[in-house]
Write a protein that binds this ligand. Structure first.
Ligand code: AMP
Length: 219
């Protein structure tokens, strides 16, 4: 199973990918998480990426592509992977195809999380993340029962700097300009799926499984 999750910031790619990788043997690869870890540890990659990330812009293609070539070559990807936040430009999509082709692999499905902009802005501005285990909550729609602490591990919940409203608008602008063209790019290929949120505004694992034919209604 080699899957790309497409969708705007705040569409729920990270939460869904985490659920999938808990249930199925796939590596969850989030370029945002890898970059944030590098920024936190002040690595040479993190130093290069920091200013782009703080302003809500994209880190340059050559940096991200090299980073992903290395990541996809690691042994845990042999069993399959789910890409969350990559590719984000047409150049990255083309590079991904080349990387996989060299390794004798191909993407099995691309799944677009198709969420309206107003919901996305509400989601991002309410998002809180556990500093310790990375669990994702939302003060509006999915608060932690332990207040500003994580339900799972008790870690402190924090708001990402780039989830502030001005930066969110910037990130959405970048999404529509740079990443949304990937929808028509992947629509032309085989196995492109579009998922819409349920009445609660969520795209849950069950919807994803049904769309991919991994589960029928009686499951
Ligand atoms: P995310 O956690 O996916 O919202 O990513 C956070 C930030 O990391 C983005 O706003 C970008 O600055 C950077 N980033 C993540 N993935 C990519 C990518 N594929 N290409 C360029 N920049 C990225």
């Amino acid at each position: 199973m080699r899957i790309i999750l497409l969708g705007s910031p705040g569409a729920g790619k990270g939460s869904l990918a985490a659920e999938i990788s808990k249930k199925y043997p796939v590596a969850h690869i989030s370029t945002g998480d890898i970059l944030r870890e590098n920024v936190k540890n002040n690595t040479p990659l993190g130093v290069k990426a920091r200013s782009f990330m703080e302003s809500g812009g994209l880190v340059s293609d050559d940096i991200v592509i090299a980073m992903m070539e290395e990541r996809l070559g690691r042994p845990d990807c042999e069993k399959g992977f789910i890409l969350d936040g990559f590719p984000r430009t047409v150049s990255q999509a083309e590079a991904l195809e080349e990387i996989l082709e060299k390794a004798g692999m191909a993407i099995s499905s691309t799944v677009l999380l198709d969420v309206d902009e107003d919901l996305v802005v509400r989601r991002l501005s309410g998002r809180r993340i556990c500093r310790n285990c990375g669990a994702i909550y939302n003060v509006n729609t999915r608060p932690s029962s332990k207040g500003d602490r994580c339900e799972i591990c008790g870690g402190e919940l924090y708001q990402r700097d780039d989830d502030r409203e001005d930066i969110v608008r910037q990130r959405l602008g970048v999404y529509y300009r740079e990443t949304a063209p990937l929808i028509s790019y992947f629509e032309k290929k085989r196995s492109f799926l579009r998922l819409k949120p349920n009445e609660k505004g969520d795209i849950v694992l069950e919807d994803f499984e049904k769309a991919l034919g991994w589960r029928n209604d009686n499951a």
